[in-house]
Design a protein around this ligand. Structure first.
Ligand SMILES: [Zn+2]
Length: 440
């Protein structure tokens, strides 16, 4: 175990200053333009003695790679962090979002939580390893990638996994976990992200005969079917499937049967953030988010569409999605289902690995009695690419033990994004702990 819990001193200065430097480089995506952030990290890592390069197909959107070579006797570890941020419209901000203002032990700015603070912490940990001159058993690679937030330009992680096979690591740490949630009765849990759902959207189309709305009697109006499908999808209880690591955690938390009626209320009573997350983690969801017909008001349309957001558990297929919708809708309303984009995501890493254990041990040491909650994210992260293309064991874990988790979450992609500076130090400690535990 390295580092302390000090809230001042050189540990704090280094990670906070690097976070502020990165926040002050506006990498709002679109358009991204992450290269200045990658260059800043390159200078910092080079000075520490790491092997560095910038890589990528777009000179304005380069990725930073910094490596400390290992002896080859142990596994390799990648520490990941995206350099882009979502845009920050000034409305609602009490500070300049690109200034890195510190107020009452908390740093405010676009990206401090998602995820320039986390990236800075990982960079500091790898820089310290490089400065120490220690030769780890396996390579330690810091990757600061572009275009995670939109993931449409093929400039960041999708490009790296395809073009730079040499960067493959056995293990990876990335965003999407590490929050400390205080539950009733003095209990607490810390999340570790182990996978993500498959995501797509779908159009469920109901056809009719059309006609003039002035004589509606007897018309074959597809809105009737679309409305019925919407209601049935909203009311339907999707089947429950709990991945083994999550099942064990739920059991130790004393959760009722995830398939039973009490589960959602129990989850909400545990913590505000678990009320939504836990029910979404144990089942696939198909959620109507739009209705489209697109004809003038005096015309009964030829078809009406129910647009759905689809999030499927890892291991699911397009056929599973079709089966879920068929089960929800029944067979008395005819429809055609079309995916609006291919299913993406759906990877999962096992929980019985040395990196999972290193993360869990760190949490248990800092928060005595804490339970570990592996979770399947309903959203997307770049962990998907390294799991899918390289079979890398990847987790979302950066400890947020001081910042109130609701405040922390609310800041993602919103005004006054913030994180306690103490958490930046804890994140650095965790990264150093993971390096020491895994590669020595
Ligand atoms: Zn992020």
């Amino acid at each position: 175990m390295s580092g302390g819990v000090s809230a001042a001193g050189p540990d704090l200065d280094e990670v906070v200053e690097l976070t502020r430097d990165l926040v002050r480089i506006d990498t709002s995506n679109p358009p991204g333009r992450e290269t200045p952030a990658a260059r800043h990290l390159l200078a910092y890592m080079e000075e520490a003695g790491a092997e560095c390069e910038l890589a990528g197909p777009d000179p304005e959107r380069l990725n930073l790679i910094a490596r400390v070579r290992g002896s080859g006797e142990g596994p390799s570890l990648m520490l990941m962090g995206h350099t882009d941020v979502v845009p920050a419209p000034r409305e609602g901000w009490s500070v300049d979002p690109f200034e890195g203002v510190i107020r009452d032990g908390r740093i405010y700015g676009r990206g401090v939580a998602d995820m320039k603070g986390e990236l800075a912490a990982r960079a500091v940990a790898v820089a310290r390893l490089a400065r120490s001159g220690r030769i780890p058993a396996g390579d330690v690679v810091l990757v600061a990638e572009s275009d995670e937030e939109r993931n449409v330009s093929d400039a960041g992680m999708p490009w790296l996994v395809r073009e730079r096979e040499d960067l493959r690591c056995d293990y990876a740490l990335n965003e999407g976990g590490g929050e400390l949630l205080r539950l009733p009765g003095g209990r607490s849990v810390v999340t570790i992200g182990i996978g993500e759902k498959l995501v797509s959207s779908a159009r469920v189309r109901v056809r009719g005969a059309g006609g003039h709305a002035s004589i509606p009697a007897g018309a074959d109006n597809p809105l009737r079917g679309a409305a019925e499908i919407t209601r049935r999808l909203l009311d339907h209880e999707m089947p429950v499937r709990v991945v083994p690591g999550v099942a064990r955690a739920l059991e130790s938390l004393g959760a009722p049967d995830p398939a039973g009626d009490e589960f959602a209320a129990w989850a909400a009573a545990q913590h505000q953030l678990l009320g939504g997350l836990l029910p979404a983690m144990v089942r696939s969801t198909v959620t109507p988010t739009g209705l489209e017909a697109g004809e003038p008001p005096n015309v009964i349309p030829l078809h009406a569409d129910v647009i759905c957001d689809c999030r499927l558990l890892p291991g699911s297929t397009e056929q599973d999605l079709r089966d879920l919708v068929a089960e929800a809708v029944g067979d008395d309303v005819a429809y055609e289902l079309e995916l609006l984009e291919p299913l993406a995501g759906g990877t999962e890493s096992p929980t019985d690995t040395p990196l999972f254990e290193a993360c869990a041990a760190f949490a248990r040491e800092r928060i005595p009695g804490v339970e570990i909650l592996p979770f399947i994210s309903p959203g997307f992260s770049d962990s998907y690419w390294v799991r899918r293309e390289w079979d890398t064991v990847a987790y979302g874990f950066a400890p947020v033990f001081s910042t109130d988790p609701v405040t922390y979450h609310e800041g993602f992609h919103a005004a006054d994004e913030c994180i306690d500076t103490a958490d930046l130090v804890t994140m650095t400690d965790l990264a150093e702990h993971a390096i020491a535990a895994l590669v020595g």
